[in-house]
Design a protein around this ligand. Structure first.
Ligand SMILES: Cc1ncc(COP(=O)(O)O)c(C=O)c1O
Length: 376
């Protein structure tokens, strides 16, 4: 079976270091907010050339806390895409704001030409999603945001290490939100996330929001007390154990991204003359290929045949969010407006890709795919 993702081989490689670190961490006596967290936050910021930031409980929390931190709530509207993971939208709903969807372009990213049409007096923010590992056009998004005084929350959950014009994602918006869900570019063995920002005051506020609004560090605040809340917050701590695992995995990220990029190139080489629409790396962008997403109108037949050949593939995502029961009333959308989103959802599928996948497995997937395509 060729799996679409597995962490087992990576764990085999890192096992000794991880077990040693888990033991050291448990013996430190700190479950939360200890030296592993401090070390991780500092290293993550350095690696991604980001100014301030905090690790939180998940990527979903990173988005939700960003919205809360920026003061977005009931009566406000937030612009994003419907071709994304559910949490991009659930975070907006959780803070009480409404969603306005913009269609995606041929790279599956927010179509910047269509954003301005969706802006009105209630619009407060844009959440561009750097989907599948490819950055959105942050020049155009930043220009629009400045023109209409909107906040920008980058959804970097799938794109750690991606660059737009030589700058890392997460450094353009008011905040950048990362996920350490196990399948991601940097995955924990559990949940985790990160919020970056270049604003000191927002950083300090986000730090309080992740811990019930409690102020722990600013000694000048007379309400610096672990049983006193300064802001309405939540609990979004990441444990020392997960932070210690991330500290071991973080130095491997550049190597893993290079592998992903090499694997994507290999797929392209073998599939270039097939009927599939292949992903493209945009000019001036660094794609990190969290996912290798291809398109074919006969997707469902192809997937069935791949499964028969013991090749597992995913669909990211089969249902646009505006069509889901949980969200369709909350973010009604005109069908024509989201034509690409709807069309893509019926034809996209993600081929196996993770750093420990072997080149001969990529070649096997490509050859079987070509055979299937020649017969349908
Ligand atoms: C685009 C996108 N946004 C947000 C998230 C939420 O991250 P998490 O699963 O860590 O809550 C994910 C991951 O599932 C994602 O892919």
């Amino acid at each position: 079976m060729i799996k679409s993702w597995s962490y087992l081989e990576e764990y085999k490689e890192l096992r000794k270091k991880i077990l040693k670190s888990i033991d050291k961490t448990l013996r430190s006596g700190n479950i939360f907010f200890g030296s592993e967290l401090k070390k991780f936050e500092k290293s993550f910021l350095k690696k991604n050339n980001l100014k301030y930031g905090i690790a939180v409980g998940s990527g979903t929390d990173a988005l939700h806390l960003s919205l809360l931190g920026l003061g977005i709530g009931p009566g406000d509207e937030v612009i994003t895409v419907s071709n994304s993971a559910i949490p991009t939208v659930s975070a907006i709903k959780s803070c009480g704001a409404k969603v306005k969807f913009v269609d995606v372009d041929k790279n599956y990213l927010i179509d910047t030409k269509k954003i301005e049409k969706k802006i009105n007096k209630k619009t407060k923010a844009i959440i561009p999603v750097h989907l599948y590992g490819q950055p959105c056009d942050m020049d155009k998004i930043s220009f629009i945001a400045k023109k209409y005084k909107l906040k920008v929350i980058e959804d970097c959950a799938q794109a750690q290490g991606a660059k737009f014009k030589n700058k890392f994602v997460g450094s353009f918006g008011d905040t950048g939100c990362f996920s350490f869900y196990p399948t991601k570019i940097l995955g924990a063995y559990g949940d985790g996330g990160f919020i970056s920002t270049s604003s000191l005051s927002l950083y300090q506020k986000l730090k309080r929001l992740r811990f019930y609004g409690i102020e722990l560090e600013n000694k000048k605040n007379k309400f610096n007390n672990k049983y006193y809340s300064n802001d309405h917050g939540t609990n979004s701590r990441i444990s020392e154990l997960q932070a210690s695992i991330l500290n071991i995995k973080l130095p491997k990220v550049s190597e893993w991204i290079n592998k992903r990029r090499f694997m994507a190139k290999t797929y392209m080489k073998y599939l270039i003359n097939s009927d599939l629409i292949l992903p493209a790396e945009k000019i001036n962008c660094r794609h990190v290929f969290h996912l290798f997403v291809v398109y074919h109108p006969k997707r469902d037949i192809i997937i069935k045949k791949l499964k028969k050949n013991k090749i597992s593939v995913n669909v990211n995502y089969p249902f646009p969010i505006h069509k889901m029961k949980a969200y369709k009333k909350f973010c009604p959308s005109n069908k024509k407006d989201l034509a690409n989103t709807e069309r893509f959802s019926k034809g996209i599928f993600s081929l196996p890709l993770y750093p420990k996948l072997r080149v001969n497995e990529i070649i096997r997937v490509s050859n079987i795919l070509k055979k299937i395509l020649s017969k349908i």
